[in-house]
Design a protein around this ligand. Sequence first.
Ligand code: ADP
Ligand code: ZN
Length: 432
Amino acid sequence: MEIFDPAELWGRERIENVQLSRLKSIVTHARNCGFYRERLDQAGIRADNLRSLDDIRHIPFTVKQDLRAQYPAGLLCVPSSKIVRMHCSSGTTGTPVAVCHTQNDVNAWADLMARCLHMVGVRREDAFQNMSGYGLFTGGLGIHFGAERLGCMTIPAGAGNTRRQIKLIKDFRVTVAHILPSYALILGEHLRSAGEDPRDLPLRIAVVGAEPYTEEFRKRIEEIFGIKAYNSYGLSEMNGPGVGFECPEQHGLHIWEDAYIAEIVEPETGVPVPEGEVGELVMTSLCREGMPILRYRTRDLTRFLPGECPCGRAHRRIDRILGRADDMFIIKGVNVYPMQIEEVIMTFPEVGQNYLILLENDGVGDMMRVQVEVRDEYFVEDMRMLQNLQKAIARRLRAEILLTPKVELMESNSLPRAEGKAVRVRDLRGNR
Ligand code: ADP
Ligand code: ZN
């Protein structure tokens, strides 16, 4: 197997030995900031009393609120003159947090990202178009430097401007693209409505991430463009993209365990879940100089996939992210994740590129309305067909979530689109 970095092929024993020694070093390094020094002292943690990887459990968690409280520089573990770059999270769930990187940090990050891209077959001969927003968002420069590190001609196209995206893909024979899932369908639909076949583009691979999406959604992207789409996971607190990535097996995302320690815990108690069960992902950066972060509660829900990956890499795999713990909503006493809805509606070929879940209260009780865009070629069909579709979607949703939502079929492009990450749910219940 061709690899980018020998660490890709390390066995379990080697990975775990390296993890333990890096954990000790990072715990020592983290003491360079007052926040961690105090935390670690209170918990009585020093490098020499970490005897096995399990001892990581004695290190207190770091939560988003800690990062917000330490904003902008409270977590710096090097003199500020050594910092060469900062990024912020997108602020999807509130005030953003800032993460600062040294030159070694940005180099190591580019290497990890290049490793991901190389794993799915991206090579220096590829032209790479990055269609995610640049600026503070890590999906811009983070992916960009990875693709450049690999030697690809890398086009910083940025987000939006669909016509220009298509022109660049054609003019520069772009073979690999990084794209948000919600935007991938918009791009496909744009081409189709202009009478073009998205399969005629030179694209062969898409790197798709930054927001949750289902397996059905991936299949759609692959079918529309006639490409392979690989799931890419990351978060600003752990650099950004390059944390977890699918291999050619497309079954789970390998976490690069030479650079991170991943744990999955019960969200309420913080106790590790039994192997293979869903819980909250907790991440520790093992190599970061500028701002190491220990046991970060990501709020992202997933599980470890049991067993070895047929690709031969021993780095453990997580399942695609089910959603954020914060995404869950409760309606009529039922807990629902947006991805459960997406999973159902995306199995209908008539359904188009966008959907929106509205939670309302009509004065009598809570209601869920699911607005679904229908592809143009179906929307012109007769009323009866549309009514049947509406009923079929409602029926399948009821089977999945045990309550009957109101389903509304909408014309293509009629639902609002987010500039960055898709907004799937609007909770209007508090607005009364
Ligand atoms: P924010 O949390 O403000 O959106 P980031 O830009 O750092 O900030 O985004 C990281 C978050 O994006 C992750 O914690 C996760 O919730 C989501 N995310 C990133 N990649 C994926 C992916 N492949 N699948 C699902 N969710 C993802
Ligand atoms: Zn694999």
